[in-house]
Design a protein around this ligand. Structure first.
Ligand code: VTB
Length: 314
């Protein structure tokens, strides 16, 4: 079974509609309501598809409903069996505060082909497809990785930009980057988009790294794999509960370094529709009773494409 063009079109429709559902909440300081609006639409629309879908990356467990929970089955009929990763609002703070960079995201792969990620942190590193696989590595020091990157690209440190979430836990890494005189692009949230910035030189990000959400790591990997970019991740567990949950999900080696093709296998589709405008795409624009959306899509080994859509609520 291959993931069809029809499925791709359906997914673009769905993230467009869930982004539009969030539109009334932009700048309203209502993170939860925004997330609920997008989630409800995503669930309703996924349930109309002729698929046997299962959420493998979602928002919490069954008892945390109404979010799309891990293990939730979606779709009707005897369509293809697919694994679904959902992030109805990636960057709820951005929506709440009307800041750039929020998007509504879905990624799918054939059943068994998306890593089931626990809701824990992941240390991640990503580079573009101009860097040979296996050169920059999550296990190397920051300095070694910058040196390798600089050698491969012939860029001086001051021409290299590293994207990282602005968090206190990154202070040591940030310090090292500053000593190395590389440029830093700080993001305050939204590390799916942050990771995707390595995919095209036009975004001017050479390396993405740091600790963010594990589920967001899998979602970013789905897009980066299609684009032939590099990504590695390692889960980080803080509590026994985290560890038990990971074991229940089949993760036995807690310190495992995941290569991109262990996170996403085979074909996948990734769709992200801008809610507020961001580096990757524009946000939802209302034009009388219609909404114009922009969705970035990756499918097969070829493209990062922007699809514009007119969504009407009637
Ligand atoms: C990131 C980012 C998300 O959480 O994964 C981050 O992609 C990590 O968590 O948009 P902390 O906020 O605890 O650092 C978000 O910022 C919010 O889900």
């Amino acid at each position: 079974m291959k993931l069809s063009q029809q499925l791709l079109n359906n997914l673009i429709d769905i993230t467009s509609k869930s982004a539009v559902a969030c539109y009334p909440f932009i700048g309203k300081d209502e993170k939860i309501l925004a997330d609920k609006a997008a989630t409800d639409v995503m669930r309703e629309e996924l349930n109309k598809l002729n698929i046997k879908g299962k959420v493998v990356i979602g928002e919490g467990e069954l008892d945390e409903a109404p979010m799309l929970y891990i293990g939730e089955e979606l779709g009707i009929g005897d369509g293809p069996e697919i694994d679904i990763a959902v992030d109805p609002v990636e960057g709820t703070n951005f929506v709440a505060k009307n800041l750039p960079g929020s998007m509504s995201v879905l990624a799918v792969a054939e059943k068994g082909n998306l890593l089931n990620a626990p809701e824990t942190y992941m240390y991640k590193i990503a580079t573009g497809n101009h860097i040979p696989k296996g050169s920059v590595d999550i296990d190397f020091t920051i300095e070694k990785n910058i040196n390798i990157y600089s050698e491969i690209t012939k860029k001086k440190n001051q021409d290299i930009t590293v994207c990282i979430l602005k968090r206190a836990r990154h202070d040591k890494i940030i310090n090292e980057l500053q000593k190395l005189k590389v440029n830093i692009k700080f993001i305050t949230d939204g590390d799916v988009a942050g990771a995707l910035l390595v995919s095209d030189p036009k975004f001017n990000v050479d390396i993405f790294l740091g600790i963010g959400g594990g589920p967001e790591g899998v979602i970013a990997a789905a897009a980066l794999n299609t684009l032939n970019c590099n990504f590695q991740g390692r889960f980080l567990f803080k509590t026994d509960e985290d560890i038990n949950r990971a074991k229940e999900m089949g993760i036995m080696d807690l310190n495992k370094k995941y290569e991109i093709d262990e996170i996403v296998k085979g074909e996948s589709i990734f769709c992200a529709t801008g809610i507020t405008p961001g580096d990757l795409m524009n946000g939802v624009v209302k034009k009388s009773e219609e909404y114009i959306t922009e969705t970035i899509v990756t499918h097969k080994k070829s493209y990062l494409e922007i699809i514009k859509k007119v969504v009407s609520l009637t």
